[in-house]
Write a new protein. Structure first.
Length: 545
């Protein structure tokens, strides 16, 4: 299956078709999907292609200019100033000052979101922090970076676009600190392949035993600049294997779903509860921003794909109408084992880069150093360690920009958790999350190694560093949050079964990264998509209904 290109006309129709009263008609839909990001979009495409009538509800909503003039003005001004097409025509000092001012103004409503490096490319895709608050203990900050927009976070310009598989040591950890994923050996491989073909990945087949290869649609060879950088790394650490990042633009899955004619899509639909009776899901309740009314819809199959913490919040707000029991709460795993990658970043200046400077480098392209913790060994010891993503761009005048980020895992620990805060409500009167998450000694020890590694890497590449993180950023900053509704084989220790279906609610699947039992050091979205594709196939089995 090669990556298809779909027209947007069908998508406009699917949105147009969605009048709220019609959505409430019993029997109108075979399935409802909550959230239209990487997970929800793929689920929509898979289920509509199988002939199901699917309703996608997404919270993203563009208020009219008159309803929120300040926010709309800031969003327009900031994204125009950050448009890469204008950058060459603006004096750097003006650009820098202008951005500082706009970020200050942006703080008024998006104090958390402006901390994402890509905020300024599309501020209105991110949530309004005043409308969507959460709390943390004062000494344990957590940055919850969220999008409310079609395509979710992968649709934000400047998104990393990197996709790596998890390997055997990630899915079957041998350290005794993370649970084994409830999958048979190599069970995820065909689903990774399936999703990679849909995405159309650019990269190379690297043949490393410690990072599984992907299906490559667009084979890459290193540019002169990338080859020179990799040679420096190999000269400093003989036997180490730098590779090219594997990347792809966001898949147009929503348009693919719409083109089947079976999709209905409602934007501005803030889902707050899943309806369950006698252990079987039956529908959802949402607040409709356009009509400013509370709404319901019914379907025997629900995919909850609102991103890890928001999906868990919705589970926590839901209960079985027959028993009064909270959904997913029987195990004491709901809300537990929150993780995010621990990241350390450096930035600096290097020498001019060799090669043709006019060649346009695709968004997402970088050099990746998998298992850079084992840089002195030609074959890394079993384990998960950390990887480094490296971006280098020629700046002219004999200089280049250098940025590198090291990603290592957090362990799934019971004490890192979220609970509902019924005292603090969001703008729509829905209880918010209290997030309590921090690093342990082992993670902080690894931070010291990440810092050493990035210093040594910069020295090897002849980089003069302008800045280096001396401490780990607060959890959440990597925007790879996962866990809090993990899958497992034991209903007493997990929220979801091995097919991402909720133990407490037949027909309810949670396929975003809330389901991860552990995280490895790879970016999470490819695994989110592989789990989603697999869960869709499970939900479509005739024996299930
Ligand atoms: C700048 C940036 C760069 C990144 N780079 C990478 C990368 O290179 N590789 C990688 O693997 N990951 C990367 N990530 C993380 C990646 O984007 C996420 O893992 C991925 O988007 C998760 O997909 P999702 O569908 O689970 O959630 P999201 O993309 O967050 O989508 C959730 C959807 O649910 C909707 N929603 C939320 N709440 C509700 C509600 N109550 N009711 C209805 N709808 C709701 C939202 O509108 C949204 O459309 C990056 C993230 C950011 C922000």
């Amino acid at each position: 299956m090669s990556a298809p290109q779909h027209t947007q006309a069908g998508l406009a129709d699917a949105i147009h078709r969605a009048a709220p009263d019609e959505l409430e008609r019993p029997g109108a839909f075979d399935a409802i999907i909550i959230g239209a990001g990487a997970a929800g979009g793929l689920a929509a495409e898979r289920l509509t292609r199988a002939g199901l009538r699917v309703l996608v509800l997404d919270a993203g909503f563009r208020q009219s200019f008159f309803r929120s003039p300040v926010r709309r003005f800031i969003a327009e001004a900031v994204s125009r100033a950050a448009n890469p097409n204008f950058l060459p025509f603006m004096p750097p000092s003006l650009l820098y000052q202008g951005r500082r001012v706009l970020r200050r103004v942006g703080r008024i409503r998006q104090k958390v979101q402006i901390q994402c490096y890509a905020w300024e490319r599309r501020p209105d895709a991110f949530v309004d922090d005043l409308d969507c608050p959460y709390t943390t203990p004062p000494d344990r900050p957590f940055l919850w970076i969220r999008a409310r927009a079609l395509q979710g976070r992968v649709g934000i310009p400047g998104h990393g676009r990197l996709y790596f598989r998890m390997g055997h040591d990630d899915l079957v950890p041998s350290d005794g600190k993370s649970p084994v994923w409830p999958l048979a050996a190599n069970e995820l491989d065909p689903w990774y392949s399936d999703v990679e073909k849909r995405l159309g990945i650019a990269g190379a087949r690297d043949g490393l035993p410690w990072l599984p290869d992907s299906e490559i649609a667009h084979p890459l060879t290193p540019t002169a600049a990338e080859a020179a950088f990799m040679d420096r790394v190999k000269a400093r650490w003989p036997g180490f294997h730098p590779i090219l990042g594997r990347y792809a633009p966001p898949a147009d899955t929503l348009a693919g779903a719409a083109n089947t004619g079976h999709l209905t899509l409602r934007q501005g639909a803030i889902v707050q509860e899943v309806e369950v009776r006698n252990g079987r899901v039956s529908g959802i309740r949402w607040f409709d921003q356009a009509s400013r009314s509370n709404r319901k819809a019914q379907a025997p199959l629900i995919f909850l794909c609102a991103s890890a913490l928001e999906s868990t919040r919705i589970l926590m707000l839901s209960q079985d109408a027959a028993t009064g029991r909270a959904i997913g709460a029987q195990s004491n795993a709901l809300g537990r084992h929150l993780m995010d990658h621990v990241i350390i970043r450096v930035e600096g200046n290097g020498p001019a880069l060799p090669g043709d400077k006019t060649v346009k480098i695709g968004d997402g392209r970088c050099v990746y150093l998998p298992r850079f913790d084992a840089r002195g060994e030609s074959v890394p010891k079993p384990g998960r360690g950390f990887g480094v993503q490296v971006y280098q761009v020629d700046m002219g005048q004999g200089r280049s920009y250098f940025g590198a980020t090291a990603f290592s895992e957090m362990l799934p620990r019971h004490e890192n958790h979220v609970t509902l805060n019924r005292q603090k409500l969001d703008r729509w009167g829905i209880p918010t999350l209290h997030i309590d998450c921090s690093y342990n000694e082992q993670e902080l020890t690894r931070v010291a190694d990440q810092i050493d590694a990035l210093r040594a890497l910069s020295a090897a590449a002849d980089i003069s560093l302008d800045r280096i993180d001396e401490h780990a950023c607060p959890p959440g900053f990597a925007i790879h949050e996962c866990g809090t509704a993990r899958m497992g084989r034991d209903p007493a220790a997990s929220v979801l079964d091995p097919n991402n279906q909720c133990w407490d609610a037949a027909g309810l699947y949670v396929t975003d990264s809330a389901s991860f039992p552990s995280q490895g050091s790879q970016n999470p979205t490819l695994t989110v998509m592989a789990l989603t594709a697999r869960a869709c196939a499970h939900a479509l089995q005739p024996a299930r209904s």
